[in-house]
Ligand binder design. Structure first.
Ligand code: HEM
Length: 576
């Protein structure tokens, strides 16, 4: 072995380790020891072996006796290496395992050397509440557009991973009108027409059993396309989602696990165009599924590009490079832009977004229109599937709630033609059903990692230093018996005011830990849209259809939950 190779190797390793360990003094020392160890490993001698053993011993002793999180209880192996967490996350059972860990160790649990779960009410409010200074954990970078760092900062709209809060707020304000109830109601007829079609198709099946999640996906994709683009890929007619559901399962397995290696993610994103291909060997190494392209993007990307390029001010917009599945030629065949911005008619949501761009051109660049339109599909697809599935599952397995919903809708004169805002004002039980379904089946099956700010923080009587990753599993916090009476019971009434001060306070308390749409300033920007779609679909099914639900739900506890195992048989409703 040449000395120069050793030195280069040592330097590289030291650089990586100091990056990973965020330059704490004892950890810096460990980096030096590791470097020496690496150098000596290159020629395996008894000396190098002893140095290596000494290094492992040092890390072990440090993490047991000196690490700032040493007093946080948790599984024994989790304190040494995050490989314990990786091993368990791979199984897709975090939504079951995290609550079990809390039951065993208490309200604060160490799940990796530098990662901690909390579930206590006050801790949840501190981490996610309004005005929090906790920022998004490193894990989220796995979901970032790979070429994000190569573009001018102001062109990038990537809300899930954005860390610059000033820019984030600006972008939320800019898209706000399109995602407000008033904005959404502009296109309500598109959704109504699609729901008519969806329900007719289910009734045509005349009681034949189909997969709940599968039809949830079909609904999510076709309704979102119809609403955003005024046309759909036709999954409802086909009775198949063309493999989008499976692609989504593979993606979330892969992202949830690989995101635990932020250094690796950074490396992938630092290699232009082909960096993301490193996911393939990593997936093989970790024994997880290799992600696929969601077929829906082959439909929506060209459609969006074609539309954007008809506007002079948008003719140069490009799909994100280096994202597999986004061929750059989309939209290239559009001739000279024909439309002028002020001639845009708001016929669908994309038109509304284009209009917003046109009205404040400089502050709402074309790349934002493209990104947020794609986000409707990326972020709205499996979340909608899971939430609608939960609402259908819980409503139709609770005959008394179903009967009340029908009675309330009939007595309040709700019809197929009723507007969303009328429906929710007249039948508050519908929103309560949705909240309760999302409490029992929150869409996030993993946890929502956040970084402790520079001041450090004390949570659950334990001091957590700056840089610790801390977060909550909604599958634990949504079931705290001190906040939710009989937490495992589907009880939408808990969300309905009864005019008393006591109930009002109880609802406020539940509200502060309910995070079906995330928390505080980082809550879901698509939440009105999500409620709009789910409530309208549920109301219509309840009015028109009898649904028999069969099978046991099997939920995959990835960052985004997956669902299998439940079948539904739908028939036209027999009116009494
Ligand atoms: C029923 C459907 C939906 C559910 C249950 C849902 C749920 C959530 C949750 C729990 C979060 C917080 C995630 C976190 O903190 O890590 C979130 C964030 C987000 N959602 Fe949704 N969502 C839904 C639909 C949508 C739609 C239709 C869009 C389209 C715009 C969307 C866009 C986003 C974005 C961009 C974020 C990141 C916000 C941030 O990081 O500040 N979601 N959503």
């Amino acid at each position: 072995m040449s000395i120069s190779r050793d030195i280069v190797g040592v330097l590289k390793l030291r650089f990586c380790l100091s990056y990973l360990y965020r330059v704490r003094l004892p950890l810096r020392i460990s980096c030096y020891i590791a470097s020496l160890c690496y150098a000596s490993m290159l020629s395996i001698t008894p000396l190098s072996l002893s140095v290596f053993i000494a290094y492992v011993g040092y890390i072990t002793i440090y993490r047991i006796f000196f690490h700032p999180l040493r007093s946080v209880p948790g599984p024994f192996l989790a304190r040494f290496s995050k490989l314990w967490l990786v091993w368990h996350v791979r199984k897709g059972k975090s939504h079951i395992q995290f609550p079990e860990l809390h039951a065993q160790f208490g309200p604060i649990v160490r799940i990796a050397p530098n990662q901690v779960l909390v579930c206590e009410e006050d801790a949840v409010k501190t981490v996610y509440g309004a005005g929090t200074s906790f920022t998004k954990g490193d894990w989220y970078q796995m979901c970032a557009a790979p070429d994000k760092n190569w573009k001018p900062v102001d062109e990038v709209l990537d809300l899930l991973t954005e860390t610059n809060m000033e820019k984030y707020r600006r972008q939320r304000r800019a898209i706000g009108p399109a995602y407000s109830i008033t904005g959404l109601e502009k296109h309500e007829e598109l959704l109504d027409a699609y729901i008519d079609k969806f329900v007719a198709k289910l009734e045509d099946l005349r009681g034949k059993e189909v997969g709940l999640a599968n039809w949830g996906h079909i609904f999510a994709l076709d309704s979102m396309s119809q609403f955003t683009l005024g046309k759909s890929p036709g999954y409802t007619d086909k009775g198949s989602d063309d493999g989008n559901e499976d692609a989504s399962h593979a993606l979330w397995q892969c992202f949830t696990v690989i995101g635990l290696f932020p250094g690796f993610v950074k490396l992938m994103h630092s290699i232009p165009k082909v960096g993301m291909l490193l996911v393939l060997p990593m997936s093989l190494l970790l024994g997880i599924r290799i992600p696929k392209i969601w077929p829906v993007f082959n439909f929506c990307s060209p459609s969006i590009m074609q539309r954007l390029k008809t506007l002079e001010s948008m003719k140069d917009v490009e799909l994100p490079a280096s994202r597999p599945g986004f061929p750059q030629e989309y939209g290239k065949d559009v001739g000279v832009p024909e439309e002028r911005g002020d001639s845009i008619e708001e016929t669908d949501m994309l038109a509304t977004l284009m209009r917003l761009h046109n009205d404040r051109e400089a502050r709402f660049p074309p790349s934002w229109v493209l990104s947020i339109a794609l986000t409707n599909f990326g972020a709205g697809h499996d979340t909608l599937m899971f939430t609608l599935s939960s609402a259908i599952y819980h409503t139709y397995t609770s005959p008394s709630i179903l009967a009340r919903l029908r009675k309330d809708m009939e007595s309040q004169g709700v019809t197929r033609k009723s507007r969303y805002s009328e429906i929710v004002a007249r039948v508050p039980l519908l929103l309560a059903v949705l909240r309760e379904s999302m409490r029992l089946w929150p869409t996030i099956g993993w946890y929502l990692p956040r970084l402790v700010p520079a001041t450090g923080v004390t949570l659950c009587d334990t001091y957590l230093p700056h840089g610790t990753t801390v977060g909550t599993s909604l599958w634990t916090s949504h079931f705290g018996s001190e906040v939710f009476a009989e937490p495992h019971k589907f009880d939408p009434d808990r969300w309905l005011p009864d005019g008393t001060e006591e109930r009002r306070r109880k609802i406020g308390r539940m509200d502060s830990v309910w995070m079906g749409f995330g928390g505080g300033s980082r809550s879901c920007p698509g939440q009105h849209l999500a409620r709009f779609f789910v409530i309208k679909a549920l109301a219509r099914l309840v009015m028109s259809c009898d649904v028999e639900v069969n099978g046991e739900p099997e939920i995959g506890g990835w960052f985004q939950c997956t669902l299998t195992g439940v079948g539904i048989s739908v028939k036209e409703r027999k009116m009494k």
